[in-house]
Design a protein around this ligand. Structure first.
Ligand SMILES: Cc1cc2nc3c(=O)[nH]c(=O)nc-3n(C[C@H](O)[C@H](O)[C@H](O)COP(=O)(O)OP(=O)(O)OC[C@H]3O[C@@H](n4cnc5c(N)ncnc54)[C@H](O)[C@@H]3O)c2cc1C
Length: 388
């Protein structure tokens, strides 16, 4: 194989994993990342299934175990804080044979970054502004005016992918809004507990809060809404306040403290459906082409699986991208489509619309680990790995 240079847009979970495996197979990856660093912690994720298997192949399980949050239980509370249902997290982990971790998205990025930082050129604060594919390679112009040429380019730049926007076209063509918004913040620990994990459902909204290291709390808000254009911290906070209006318990306090978090994460919950995951010498991986949303609980895992498969196919085809990209898409896309369908079905229980639907959700949570329900849980969370 002639050494193939690969420019990866995005140092997120998929981009970092792809760089690891490309380097492993003898390619020369370069990453450009628009953020100045990977400091943002993001939100708590469940990590299992395909992603766990890829991490194991990378020899990263012990590093990830060190990041794991031992959460005893998830308690659903009503408007007065009274317990309505309890989910035993260790029983959930047992269903996954304890091949499962909970950590912040940023914790996973840090472990992946540490695994490649000595071998891969990672340029922070950079973004591609022009892509010019030709039969021999791809000419690239960066936002700072610098230029370069690479054999291949991969867009691993997330749900709002820049590479997809530049070559495939407007995001609106590929995004399917699932009818609600999600926001996450990190705030001071006013609950005074180090093992808190609570969720409060109100018709049309959810507010969850959990303890994280450094005596802090992380929040997750979700609320139903029509498509809207939201920009800037103030607009996000205003939309959040409207979406959570009427929700009681400690929600007003969570919102008040969230308004001080300049790193507030806020986004529409949309899946990405892209018919073709590659065009010539340019391919997409991770949320850029396969976004499942938080409902699936496995977007990060499947992003790692996608990156692993893509690198493997390039290796198997000796760098011949046409064969490799087609094989990558043929293997992964049907799995993604099926998991996207499954995730869509969960939208109503994640943010139930009515008090009756909330009651049913609490009932399901109480019954989740009774005999007979285990298979349903396993199917819903997509625990079956696609990694051999
Ligand atoms: C609230 C929430 C909860 C979730 N819970 C889970 C869970 O429990 N389990 C799970 O597996 N998944 C979960 N997910 C999904 C998971 O976070 C995503 O699927 C995963 O982060 C996708 O990884 P990615 O690398 O494709 O994209 P991202 O993580 O979005 O990374 C994309 C990277 O590209 C960079 N970038 C963007 N634009 C440019 C540009 N122009 N130039 C250069 N770089 C750029 C970004 O800064 C970022 O670093 C959750 C998601 C949300 C929102």
């Amino acid at each position: 194989m002639q050494t193939k240079t690969v420019l990866i847009s995005g140092a997120g979970i998929a981009g970092l994993t792809l760089a690891y495996w490309l380097h492993h197979f003898g390619f020369v990856p370069t990453i450009v990342e628009k953020r100045p660093n990977l400091d943002a912690e993001g939100y708590m994720i469940d990590f299992y299934g395909s992603g766990f298997d890829v991490a194991e192949k990378m020899g990263l399980i012990e590093q990830l175990r060190a990041q794991h949050y031992q959460i005893p239980k998830l308690t659903f509370v009503d408007q007065n804080g009274a317990e309505k249902a309890v989910l035993d997290v260790e029983k959930f982990r047992a269903v996954l044979k304890f091949r499962h971790f909970n950590f912040m998205r940023g914790d996973l990025e840090t472990v992946l970054y540490d695994a490649i930082k000595d071998n891969v050129d990672i340029r922070f604060g950079h973004s591609i502004s022009e892509l010019h594919p030709n039969p021999e390679g791809v000419d690239v112009r960066m936002a700072d005016g610098s230029t370069g040429s690479y054999d291949l380019v991969v867009g691993a730049d997330g749900i709002h992918s820049n590479v997809r926007q530049l070559l495939w076209g407007d995001e609106a063509r590929f995004a399917r809004f699932l009818g609600f918004y999600v926001a996450c913040s990190i705030i001071e620990n006013f609950l005074g507990r180090s093992d808190a994990f609570y969720s409060h459902l109100h018709p049309g909204s959810q507010a969850s809060v959990y303890s994280i290291r450094g005596n802090r709390l992380a929040t997750l808000f979700a609320f139903k809404g029509e498509p809207m254009s939201i920009h800037g911290h103030d607009q996000k906070m205003a939309a959040l306040a409207r979406g959570l209006a009427g929700s009681q318990w400690v929600v007003p306090k969570l919102l008040e403290l969230t308004s001080a978090d300049e790193g507030l994460f806020f986004d529409a919950v949309s899946q990405i459906h892209v018919p073709n995951w590659f065009q010539g010498r340019v391919a997409l991986v991770g949320d850029a082409c396969q976004c499942l949303t938080l409902l699936a609980g496995q977007g990060a895992s499947m992003g790692m699986a996608g990156a692993y498969l893509l690198a493997n196919e390039l290796h198997a085809a000796d760098g011949e991208h046409t064969t490799a990209f087609a094989a990558y898409q043929a293997k992964l896309q049907p799995e993604i489509m099926q998991r996207q369908k499954q995730a869509q079905k969960l939208a109503n229980s994640f943010v139930p619309n009515t008090r009756f639907a909330i009651w049913v959700t609490h009932l399901f949570m109480r019954a989740a680990f009774l005999p007979g329900f285990r298979a349903i849980v396993q199917r819903q969370i997509g625990s079956k790995s696609i990694i051999k």
